[in-house]
Write a protein that binds this ligand. Structure first.
Ligand SMILES: C[S@@+](CC[C@H](N)C(=O)[O-])C[C@H]1O[C@@H](n2cnc3c(N)ncnc32)[C@H](O)[C@@H]1O
Length: 222
């Protein structure tokens, strides 16, 4: 497993906070954590996946498996991927039988072109902006030519926010507020076409910054 410094610190932090994180965010997509726009985008993504050839969709940085469960309930075959052992335990406890694997975003355990689609729901937020190209390169390798990506993240200007605790547990965790234009441009440089970019104002109690969503694929519009 590729384990660069930011990946190692992210894994250690989420291992320490997994149980409390899952208690806070829940184990399903829900109205306290996802605005109606966010849920509409997830529902649109399910429809887009059904419009393309079959196979497995990866929930990358799945945490407690909320997006994986959402996709599964939409009749989609899924696998959850996370670097944190404790998050994977939280996901399997909440969703028994959900296929899961431990891996990092930049080194995924899939054959070339084998994924039907992929979602990164707030999991690129711990990858420094200048390393996103490694994630996009890996997604370009594993996602089918017909497959879509859905990426969600807190938007900003690429700034780093460091914290030394997670849910009351000591931890070293850096989050990045990626610039939507940088995400979009770096996806294009990696060979993706961007179909949609949505940036909405903070609307939920825990949000302090705009939330961004990008849908991209390797081929053109349907
Ligand atoms: C903010 S949580 C989001 C979890 C989940 N997607 C959700 O919305 O509930 C970020 C998750 O991504 C995982 N993660 C962060 N960076 C990762 C990386 N480079 N490779 C694999 N997993 C990563 C963390 O372990 C954590 O479970």
């Amino acid at each position: 497993m590729t384990d660069t410094n930011h990946v190692r610190t992210t894994r250690v932090a989420y291992d320490a906070g997994a149980e409390r994180y899952a208690g806070w965010v829940g184990t399903k997509i829900n109205a306290a954590m996802e605005d109606p726009i966010d849920r509409a985008l997830l529902a649109a993504f399910v429809e887009m996946v059904h419009d393309r050839p079959g196979g497995t969709v990866a929930d990358l940085g799945c945490g407690p498996g909320r997006v994986a469960a959402f996709l599964l309930s939409g009749g989609i075959e899924v696998v959850g991927i996370d670097v944190s052992t404790e998050m994977l335990i939280a996901a399997s406890t909440a969703h028994p039988g959900l296929p899961l694997a431990q891996a990092t975003l930049a080194a995924l355990p899939f054959r070339d072109g084998s994924l039907r689609a992929a979602v990164s729901w707030y999991s690129i937020i711990h990858t420094p902006p200048d390393l996103l190209d490694l994630v996009w390169g890996e997604l370009r390798r594993v996602v089918a030519q017909t497959g879509h990506l859905l990426i969600a993240f807190q938007a900003g200007g690429g700034e780093a926010l460091h914290r030394d605790e997670i849910f009351g547990r000591p931890a070293s965790l850096t989050s990045y507020r990626h610039a939507p234009t940088h995400v979009e441009q770096s996806l294009v440089e990696a060979g993706f076409r961007v179909h949609a970019r949505v940036v909405r104002a903070p609307a939920l109690a825990h949000e302090t910054t705009p939330q961004a969503f990008v849908i991209a694929s390797l081929d053109g519009p349907k």
